[in-house]
Design a protein around this ligand. Structure first.
Ligand SMILES: [Zn+2]
Length: 148
């Protein structure tokens, strides 16, 4: 078993390619949290991974009952928190996604609200505005806070 330096514990090995494929097939390549269909496009397929419901760092076992198909976004949002059950984890992930979506939509529809007068003169293109909105959502999300 590898040693996790952040928790000073022995942890299970990551799933191998074969083990991962078995779980993805069982779950029909759908994220078990948000329902993203990994079979719908190449981009979706790239986003698919396998999640330890109880994280390895928390003594989660490499047992198929503890493994689910999961997109990378949900995996990051879920983080290393400990949940009493898969359903509790799913409820948390979906609630966080909804919060992030609301924040993103708010910033996308009212990007100039907090802008200075000089920003009005150089109005960014819609593409730049939505990029900026996405960046500001990400910088205030738990995704970036986790890595500090
Ligand atoms: Zn997902």
């Amino acid at each position: 078993m590898p040693f996790d330096l952040t928790t000073l514990r022995l942890v299970e090995k990551p799933v191998t390619r074969e083990e991962g494929l078995r779980i993805l097939e069982r779950d029909q390549y759908r994220c078990q949290y948000c329902g993203l269909d990994g079979g719908a496009s190449f981009e979706n397929a790239l986003a698919m991974s396998v999640d330890f419901v109880v994280p390895r760092a928390r003594k989660g076992k490499k047992d198929e009952r503890n493994l689910v198909a999961c997109c990378r976004s949900c995996n990051m949002i879920k983080g290393r928190r400990v949940y009493r059950s898969f359903d509790e984890a799913k409820t948390y992930v979906l609630a966080q996604r909804e919060k992030l979506r609301k924040a993103w939509e708010t910033r996308k529809t009212a990007p100039a609200a907090a802008a200075s007068p000089s920003a009005k003169a150089q109005k960014p293109s819609p593409a730049e505005t939505s990029k900026a909105a996405a960046a500001s959502v990400i910088s205030s999300s738990p995704l970036s806070i986790r890595n500090r």
